[in-house]
Design a protein around this ligand. Structure first.
Ligand code: ZN
Length: 427
């Protein structure tokens, strides 16, 4: 069958309400959407937090019933997702409110999906692990209230989790999963530890850099039917605007936001940047740094990051992404040097005398300096991996076709292996 190049792109995003104190408006909003009995989805460390108290009070004042589910795990798994789904089916809810980081928001998306259209757990999960079945119709209202400054999950139709049997990250991606609204409230980020802000800030920067440098949408094969056009479409003129601006704001504020937890302005700006980047990558997609990160976090051995309240080894998502990024951008820059220079300039690099041959180095060295400044490990070697692990990391990465396929430069097993080797140490 002849294949045709893609000619269309779409931009989908959630409604966004931004400002100090907007959490208090959640009751009004969920009531306006018609919900009468909602499931509030969060993780155990937020159970007694101010954001949860504020949400419960606001919902109650609006005359809406709520039940708290606080068993989200940081970095969700198929097991923790299934618990949330069972709770959602049992509770017969007609609306969902997620409060927390990407884990809580992704868990709420998944619970909403399977409670609305019950199916075997693997039915909607991305191929090749799952069947990648299309979502049959609209879901129930979902409002997302992020309390970290990174994932942008409030704007995307993607939910990510660890599939434990295969020790692989996978997920569900469909535009129906996208929350109806994101309430972005800088007051909710006050107590975040610096390393959490640094890692989620790097996730923001990588979302921006990856979506801006992704394969252009017009170089993908056109879908045989509009219902199966992927949400990760490749770079496109509207995503580009959001990605560039996210990179600019993120690079400007990440150091202040991470180093001073009283710098309220910087933390608010990082939340804004996360949302901008979410609109960018939610429609364009991420490529190699994220594709490789899933193996890095999925195969963690002993590493525990400071500031993360978990009792098991964990390479935080943003860290597992950014440690691969300098090697990746050196590798991808020759395919579209102009774009690599443009995003480096947005992040504050002086490109006056840079030539196209310098593009990868300019972007990667800017990133390496930031990684060093913010006290992250010096590459995958410092989170417990060595040259002997590279074959396994590569095997864990190759199934991530959804993201690998929009790499601006096609990749083979050997390329991925070399990128992991080059990421073992950064400076
Ligand atoms: Zn990410």
């Amino acid at each position: 069958m002849a294949t045709q190049s893609e000619t269309a792109f779409t931009i989908d995003t959630s409604s966004i309400k931004f400002g100090p104190g907007v959490t208090r408006e959640v009751g009004y909003e969920i009531n306006r959407m018609g919900s009468r009995r909602v499931m509030i989805v969060t993780d155990p460390k937020l159970t007694n937090s101010e954001p949860i108290a504020t949400v419960r009070e606001s919902v109650r004042a609006a005359g809406v019933d709520s039940v708290l589910f606080d068993q989200v795990s940081v970095e969700p798994t198929d097991i923790s997702m299934k618990q949330a789904i069972a709770f959602a089916i049992e509770g017969e809810f007609d609306g969902f409110i997620a409060v927390g980081g990407g884990s809580s928001i992704d868990t709420a998306k998944t619970a909403n999906l399977y409670a609305t259209y019950p199916a075997d757990f693997l039915a909607y999960v991305n191929a090749p692990i799952g069947e990648a079945r299309s979502v049959p119709g609209p879901l129930k209202p979902l409002i997302a209230i992020p309390t970290t400054t990174g994932t942008g999950s409030e704007t995307t139709g993607v939910a990510i989790f660890d599939f434990l049997e295969m020790r692989a990250k996978t997920g569900i991606a469909h535009r129906a999963l996208r929350p109806d609204m994101g309430l972005i409230d800088p007051e909710n980020t006050r107590t975040l530890p610096g390393m959490v802000v640094a890692c989620s800030g790097f996730d923001v920067l990588s979302h921006a850099m990856e979506s801006f440098t992704a394969l252009p949408f017009s170089q993908r094969t056109a879908p045989s039917h509009p219902s199966i056009r992927p949400s990760y479409q490749g770079s496109n003129p509207i995503s580009d605007i959001w990605a560039l601006k996210a990179a600019e704001i993120g690079a400007q504020y990440i150091v202040r936001a991470a180093q001073d937890n009283t710098d309220y302005e910087a933390r608010g700006q990082m939340l804004l940047a996360a949302t901008y980047a979410g609109i960018g990558f939610g429609n364009a997609g991420c490529h190699l740094p994220h594709g490789m990160s899933y193996a890095v976090s999925g195969m963690v051995k002993e590493f525990v990051a400071e500031g993360y309240p978990v009792n098991h080894p964990l390479v935080p998502h943003g860290m597992s992404v950014i440690l691969n990024a300098p090697a990746v951008f050196r590798f991808t820059a020759p395919t579209n040097p102009g774009r690599h220079l443009q995003i480096a300039r947005a992040m504050g690099a002086d490109i006056t005398n840079a030539t196209e041959d310098d593009a990868g180095e300019v972007l990667s060295s800017l990133l390496s300096k930031l990684i060093h400044t913010l006290g992250l490990p010096n590459g995958l070697g410092d989170v417990g991996y060595g040259a002997n692990d590279v074959a396994d990391l590569t095997t864990g990465t190759m199934p991530q076709q959804r993201v690998l396929s929009i790499s601006p430069r096609p990749v083979t097993d050997n390329d991925i292996r070399q990128l992991f080797l080059d990421s073992l140490s950064i400076w």
